[in-house]
Design a protein around this ligand. Structure first.
Ligand code: TUI
Length: 316
């Protein structure tokens, strides 16, 4: 079995989470330059935009980077065409089953790493030729599953032979060490990169993440079967109220239309959708993406060594 760094073509076993409308060529190239796998998020974007961002990332770094395909995107077939034509190094997928596209991606030489929220999908993805999977717990930001990272990761690790990366709740060295303790061979980190200098999200969005605490997020959309984790604000209160009073899926979708762009681009952190993981409370400062990666792994390795006392009976 190849190790995660060989699959990703990176120095560190880390993938940057695909944050829709946020993760562009600038952030992806900075993460790749820092030794991780940067990801351009194509969800909500056009095929032309994606092609342009791939070209821009190639002008900013010689290192490999990836593209995330959000499988609920209405233009998903066109986006798949672009990543195949451009022979992107790695594709991560989210919010669905990429089985339908697997053969085409593999034929084009693209490595496929589906993000899964269940053992069943992980097993299926391995059978269909995935190179690795990301097991993402419900602590993550954006579109989420139901199972926690702590419960999901070891169950996925036991069920597949391909490398497993762990996502949802990883924002510092302790999270990295914990991921490895659960059997993961790498991590996917999203929320922590929102505070990267190279992340072009509106400053008010960054400030909301930096000000967040443990209880700051909530999940809307459970009533429609598409739960999404965001920072609590005026919008989430409205959506949750509508859901509690039997609002239809159409009404909920209408209330949410355009809200991600409002938060990301305009910095409207009250009426916009401020997607974030539960670890926002661990994100304390803005810093370069490369420094975030170095910190995650230097702290993670130190904890891994220090906690050798875990097996001592005295456990002082
Ligand atoms: O995909 C994500 N996170 C995302 S996508 C996104 S874009 C968006 N924008 C506005 C509204 C909604 C979404 C924001 N965040 N994470 C990976 C992930 N995939 N989490 C959970 C899943 C998942 C869930 C169900 C994967 C597969 C699945 O079922 C497929 C099946 O057939 O079993």
């Amino acid at each position: 079995m190849l190790n995660v760094c060989e699959v990703l073509g990176t120095e560190y076993p880390i993938i940057q989470g695909a944050m829709a409308r946020i993760a562009d060529a600038q952030l992806a190239a900075a993460v790749s330059e820092g030794g991780g796998l940067g990801i351009i998020a194509s969800g909500g974007e056009t095929a032309e935009w994606l092609r342009g961002q791939i070209a821009k990332a190639r002008s900013l770094t010689q290192k490999p980077f990836g593209v995330n395909l959000m499988l609920l995107a209405p233009n998903i077939d066109e986006l798949v065409d672009v990543v195949c034509e451009e022979k992107v190094h790695v594709v991560t997928t989210g919010a669905g089953n990429p089985g339908k596209y697997m053969a085409r991606l593999k034929e084009a030489g693209v490595k496929v790493i589906p993000v899964v929220a269940s053992v069943a999908l992980a097993v299926r993805m391995e059978r269909e030729g995935a190179d690795a999977v990301v097991a993402e717990g419900t602590e993550a930001g954006g579109h989420i599953g139901e199972i926690t990272t702590m419960a999901l990761t070891p169950q996925v690790v036991d069920a597949v032979s391909i490398p497993v990366l762990c996502a949802g709740g990883v924002a510092d060295g302790r999270g990295v060490a914990a991921a490895f303790m659960l059997g993961a061979k790498g991590v996917q980190v999203g929320t922590r990169f929102l505070s990267a200098y190279e992340c072009g999200v509106a400053q008010a969005y960054k400030d909301a993440i930096l000000a967040a605490k443990d209880t700051s997020t909530t999940a809307t959309g459970r009533s429609t079967g598409h739960p999404v984790r965001c920072l609590r604000n005026k919008l989430t209160r409205k959506v949750l109220k509508l859901e509690a009073t039997g609002g239809s899926e159409d009404e909920i979708n209408e209330l949410c239309t355009g809200t991600l762009a409002a938060a990301v681009r305009d910095g409207d952190v009250q009426n916009g959708s401020v997607m974030s993981g539960q670890v926002a409370g661990l994100v304390k400062k803005e810093q370069p993406a490369a420094e975030i990666i170095r910190e995650l792994f230097s702290e993670g390795a130190k904890i891994y060594e220090d906690r050798a006392d875990i097996c001592l009976k005295s456990n002082k």
